[in-house]
Ligand binder design. Structure first.
Ligand code: ZN
Length: 131
């Protein structure tokens, strides 16, 4: 079962999509298995991080900008190599265990869609596997 979602993003941000993934798990009726959350874009990603203090996301965006600044030596003609770097650093998917119908996330964990080159119309998919 694949569940597809659309997301309108800002220039750069982290979007907590945990509730969408939970909704997909409920709709699938799968009690035990895994959920794969996947982003089919090259300047956006998917990650798991803290859901309590919004300053964590702010700090992550700040640190990613400092770690992967735009550089005049970059050759990619679209001019967004820094966003491609951040997307590769974050990764395109996460896998979460489903146990007794619930995502096995830690108390402080949330699933995030990460935008590095918006605003854009984005999408992500959730694949639920029984097992
Ligand atoms: Zn590009």
């Amino acid at each position: 079962m694949v569940y597809n979602f659309n997301l309108r993003t800002e220039r750069k941000n982290f979007y907590n999509i945990t509730s969408y993934v939970r909704q997909a798990v409920i709709e699938s009726g799968v009690s035990n298995g895994i959920a794969v959350v996947y982003c089919p874009h090259t300047t956006a990603g998917i990650t798991i991080n803290e859901n309590a203090d919004p300053d964590v996301v702010t700090d992550l965006l700040y640190a990613l900008d400092k770690t992967y600044p735009d550089r005049p030596q970059f050759r990619h003609s679209e001019g967004n190599s820094a966003a491609h770097l951040k997307a590769s650093c974050i990764g395109s998917s996460v896998t979460v265990i489903i146990e007794d119908g619930v995502l096995l996330l830690g108390t402080w964990q949330g699933i995030y869609f990460t935008e590095f080159d918006g605003p854009r119309n984005r999408r992500f998919s959730v694949k639920i596997l029984k097992g």
